[in-house]
Design a protein around this ligand. Structure first.
Ligand code: ARG
Length: 267
């Protein structure tokens, strides 16, 4: 995903822990190493600061361990913030904290009707030209209909089929206007065709890249911040596209089923 002259909302991992299992990466027996997760968080934060992104940190809440995954709070549209309606009760209260915090930053808060399920930038990936939205596990199709009205544009719905890649941002990454990168196994045939129709070049990630959530990266101008554990093949392809590649270890966040982009809500 692309960022530049933008704000990033992050949540310190003070209370981040695997306390329930709502995706197949999460195992309550697989505890978070506190020291390590702080190091990973700080490293990413410093990279963002060096790239001149403005960071706002929301106060973590003890009873909301997944609050670190700020990308799921909602999505921005101009001066509006469309707040999520989380699928699982364990995360629903996060939206209330997000609303208060983001309103105070000056955004108008938009609530979706109660029959929508929407998990923010986890599923909605928007550029100036196109808007994609994943569905099948979290965000539902009703939400896509409502979002089309708000964005006043058609949204390309992409159906996800692999429970490990339950949000669009775990398996789809826009690299350039005409180039995307995807984990092919995460999509239905129909969705794959839709993707192929939209882009000149589609980079297919391999198993190693998928296990490290390579698609869950963040792009700022020509720099890509990506998992340290991606394949050398993908690294080379990114360099050929003229990206400066910055690699970050994200092992503790992978235990919760997320990585770089999941912990960065970008305006
Ligand atoms: N444990 C979180 C969940 O299952 C991880 C969310 C990852 N976020 C993302 N944008 N993919 O909801």
């Amino acid at each position: 995903m692309t960022a530049g002259n933008k704000i990033v909302i992050m949540c310190p991992p003070q209370y981040y822990q695997i306390e329930y299992e709502i995706n197949p990466w999460m195992k309550t027996t697989n505890k978070i190493n506190k020291k390590l997760v702080y190091r990973q968080y700080q490293t990413l934060k410093h990279i963002y600061q060096k790239l001149n992104l403005q960071i706002f940190e929301i106060e973590p809440q003890k009873h909301l361990p997944d609050m670190v995954f700020t990308a799921n709070y909602g999505s921005f549209h101009k001066d509006k913030f469309i707040v999520s309606r989380f699928k699982y009760p364990q995360r629903q209260e996060e939206a209330e904290y997000a609303k208060i915090f983001i309103k105070q930053l000056g955004y108008e808060i938009i609530d979706l009707p109660t029959d929508a399920v929407f998990e923010g930038q986890g599923d909605l990936i928007a550029t100036e030209e196109q808007i994609f939205c994943g569905y099948g596990f979290r965000t539902n199709r009703k939400a896509i209909k409502y979002l089309e009205k708000i964005y006043n544009k058609p949204i390309i719905g992409l159906k996800l089929k692999d429970p490990y890649y339950y949000h669009l941002d775990t398996c789809f990454s826009l690299l350039k206007k005409d180039t995307t990168m995807i984990n092919k196994q995460a999509f239905t045939k129909e969705s794959l065709n839709k993707i192929k129709n939209q882009f000149k070049k589609v980079i297919i990630t391999n198993d190693q890249d998928n296990k490290s959530l390579a698609c869950n990266n963040l792009i700022v101008n020509n720099t890509i911040i990506i998992s340290a554990d991606i394949s050398s093949n993908l690294t080379n392809q990114l360099k050929l596209l003229k990206f400066k590649v910055i690699k970050v270890k994200m092992t503790e966040y992978l235990k919760g089923g997320g990585s770089i982009k999941c912990i960065s809500l970008v305006s």
